[in-house]
Design a protein around this ligand. Structure first.
Ligand code: NAD
Length: 478
């Protein structure tokens, strides 16, 4: 018996949750259910996060959360419950299977059956953004080794558990050598521990194009947050099944399962909605808690129901479908099919049968870290980099000499091109004499001298070498 938390949400949420629970309980799921309220009524009662404090306690105690879609009220001030839940509970992995149900649901990709594993906590989504000058804003892209190791390991463990043959990694490490470079490097390291599973890396642009064109070439794809956000929607859409897809958000302690669609308020209360997306989330939940036999039984009965042509309005097609049904009738049809398997669609087997257990991240020994320079970012309204260079050279110290100026990453001094367009945001790189390290106090001296000279510094970035390897980007053109 597993105790889970359930939230029925808004709009079509209560109907699809009732249908989902009815199906999985009829299939023999061993669940004790604590229900909590989330969403519109909680928001409108004045709680800007859409969930009460006591509900958090229940979610954290039970650790497994099945959530129906909610309506985020229009207007400012309301925080997305999904984002808050992901962040608070450390749900680092987002898993989205994208399966085409050809010929029962229209798709251009009849063979598609892939799973997107998206890193869920970091990358450009860390929410660290600043305006630094009149013309330039920035967003920090943070990628961590624990973040990469956890998500990549999850992808391989998932592949092993579900008999998937290949894990593909998408990054843009030809451009982002540090951040995406780390993700790719960790992928290569961890892939070695899974010799039974094929692995490959694609640069995201051509990889995404290939996925949209030939999704059957992929099996499990793991990627950083932003790419995963975009591509998981593309994958669900081209599978033809946005309304049919579920997703899991997995953390070291807790996990949340849901449909990928929203609360469809216009369809609410009419026994119209398709419960399949949430049911797919529930199947992932059953697998997660080790009730894999029940998960398998539900999934096969659901596939059989789709195959029988018993369809809700959203996928009903004259000529393909046999019977248009409402939410409740669809659930009853799935329940009648429990124990059956599809004959055209591929039946699933979750026989390996235990919950995915991942080791906790173990911190590695610290590397030798040397300060080898500093980038001073300056807000300056001029246009001629040589002029800025003279100004900046006036504050350099014997230990920290100006070596380069870039604008939006492109080297403009020394030897810049007059054609390069420049904004008011300049990176001035200071280096010690060749072979020396930079004493950290020099940074404070530079900042102080800049302040005294009326130079507007907006931030500094320290340049480090780890175990002797420079760990920062060069200027483009350097
Ligand atoms: P939506 O996914 O609710 O609806 C998009 C379209 O798909 C609508 O035409 C709807 O009728 C249809 N649809 C969606 N699910 C369906 C189902 N199960 N059966 C049949 N038809 C279905 O997206 P939206 O209209 O942009 O958003 C509505 C609300 O949902 C908004 O308040 C939004 O913030 C919220 N939302 C919540 C979540 C979540 O809780 N995870 C996710 C997305 C959107």
């Amino acid at each position: 018996m597993t105790r889970i938390t359930v939230a029925k949400g808004d709009g079509i949420g209560p109907e699809i949750m009732d249908a989902t629970l009815e199906i999985i309980l009829a299939a023999g799921a061993q669940l004790e259910i604590d229900e909590i309220a989330v969403g519109e009524q909680v928001y409108l009662a004045g709680n800007t996060s859409g969930i009460a404090k006591e509900s958090w306690d229940i979610i954290r105690k039970n650790k497994v959360f099945l959530k129906a879609p909610i309506t985020t009220p229009q207007g400012g001030g309301y925080k997305s419950l999904n984002v808050t839940t992901r962040k608070f509970l450390g749900l680092y992995a987002n898993i989205r299977p994208c399966l085409s149900l050809h010929p029962y649901v229209k798709t251009k990709h009849p063979q598609m059956d892939l799973v997107i594993v998206r890193e869920n906590e970091e990358d450009l989504y860390a929410g660290i953004e600043h305006q630094q000058t009149d013309e330039v804003v920035q967003c920090l892209k943070l990628i961590s080794r624990p973040g990469c190791e956890k998500i990549v390991r999850y992808a391989f463990e998932y592949a092993r558990q579900y008999d998937r043959k290949k894990v593909t990694c998408f990054t843009k490490d030809n451009i982002m050598k540090q951040t995406d470079g780390l993700f790719h490097q960790v992928f290569d390291e961890i892939a070695k521990e899974y010799p039974d599973i094929e692995n490959e890396h694609w640069i995201i642009d051509i990889g995404a194009a290939k996925m949209a064109d030939t999704p059957e070439a992929f099996d499990v794809i793991v990627m950083p947050n932003l790419y995963g956000d975009v591509l998981s929607d593309v994958a669900a859409q081209i599978a033809g099944s946005v309304g049919l897809a579920g997703s899991a958000n997995i953390g070291e302690e807790c996990a949340m399962f849901e449909a990928i669609h929203g609360s469809a308020p216009r369809r609410a209360g009419q026994n119209l909605a398709n419960p399949s997306g949430l049911l797919q989330g529930a199947v992932m939940m059953l697998n997660h808690i080790g009730q894999t036999e029940v998960a398998e039984k539900v999934q096969n009965a659901w596939l059989k129901t789709i195959e029988d042509g018993i369809h809700t309005y959203d996928i009903y097609k004259e000529g393909i479908s046999r019977q248009k049904v409402g939410t409740k009738e669809f659930a009853q049809a799935v329940i009648r099919n429990l124990g059956e398997k599809p004959s055209t669609l591929k039946a699933v087997s979750f026989a390996k049968g235990s919950a995915l257990q991942l080791p906790k991240y173990q911190r590695k020994p610290a590397a030798k870290k040397d300060l080898v320079g500093v980038d001073l970012f300056v807000h300056w309204g001029g246009t001629n980099p040589d002029e800025l260079a003279s100004l900046i050279q006036s504050i350099q110290t014997p230990e920290a000499k100006l070596s380069m100026i870039t604008n939006r990453g492109i080297k403009v001094w020394p030897d810049g091109f007059q054609e390069t367009f420049c904004t008011d945001h300049w990176r001035c790189r200071f280096k010690p004499t060749e072979g020396e390290l930079l004493p950290k106090g020099e940074i404070i001296k530079l900042l102080y001298k800049a302040h005294e000279s009326g130079i507007d510094t907006v931030k500094t970035e320290n340049l480090y070498a780890f175990n002797g390897q420079p760990a920062f980007s060069l200027g483009q053109g350097q």
